[in-house]
Ligand binder design. Structure first.
Ligand code: GRF
Length: 222
């Protein structure tokens, strides 16, 4: 069983997907702590409802980034986290912190990386007129939204849809691939090899991508 800490800043819908997955006793990871830099993050209530310990490490309480990240590090060390999932965590982590936790930090990003790093991904995807977009779970490297890709899910952009509509459709895929990427890493079915993640299970004969499978079909498969 791999102990995981989840870092959040807001709504926490991806946290919820991880909590739900970890509630299954066959899942190879468990969430030992949810840490937010924002004391008002809605996700903190989701953690409390699930009976998971929470902590607030507010960046505004520290004189600089290093002091904030040292406090974060102390929380992560004290709960003995083996993996860290960033789930809508809106602070950029310094290289010192990322390298200390090398290959042990996962992030979810709402685009098909390396396209559309940063914020406002859906608006930018629509402006660019891409035909496909989606989401990515990757291992965190010091550069923002960079690092070995664990899983991606793709969908076709509909003509005339708004950024909000697109965001909602991508979010559904996020909630599928984040728990699955965590499962792959925690079980050892996926491992980091240099700049790539290798998936060693027969479940992904074509590589780590997921098309939007209708929910009903997913339910039938499981
Ligand atoms: C998600 O779209 C995630 O990909 C991005 O921030 C958003 C967080 O949403 N990194 P939530 O807090 O998980 O609902």
């Amino acid at each position: 069983m791999v102990d995981v800490a989840v870092l959040i800043s807001g709504r926490g819908s991806n946290l919820q997907a991880l909590l739900d997955a970890c509630a299954d006793e066959k899942f190879p990871a468990r969430i030992v702590k949810v840490i937010s830099n924002n004391p008002d993050a809605q996700g903190l209530n989701r953690a409390r409802r699930a009976g998971i310990p929470t902590a607030v490490v507010n960046h505004k309480d520290y004189e600089d980034k290093q002091a904030f990240e040292d406090a974060l590090d102390r929380e992560l060390t004290s709960c003995k986290a083996q993996l860290i999932c960033l789930a809508g965590f809106m602070r950029i982590l310094d290289a010192r912190f990322v390298n200390r936790w090398k290959n042990r930090i996962l992030n979810i990003h709402p685009s098909l990386l390396p396209a559309f790093k940063g914020l406002h991904t859906h608006e930018r995807a629509l402006e660019a007129g891409v035909r496909f977009t989606g989401c990515t779970v990757h291992i965190v490297r010091p550069e923002m939204d960079d690092g070995p890709i664990i899983l991606q899910a793709a969908l076709a952009v509909k003509p005339d849809e708004s950024a909000e509509q697109l965001a909602a459709r991508v979010l559904e895929l996020e909630h599928i691939i984040y728990p699955e990427a965590l499962r792959l890493m925690a079980s050892g079915e996926a491992r980091v090899a240099g700049d790539k993640v290798i998936i060693e299970t027969a479940a992904y004969p074509d590589g780590g991508w997921i098309c939007p499978v209708p929910k009903a079909e997913l339910a039938r498969e499981s």
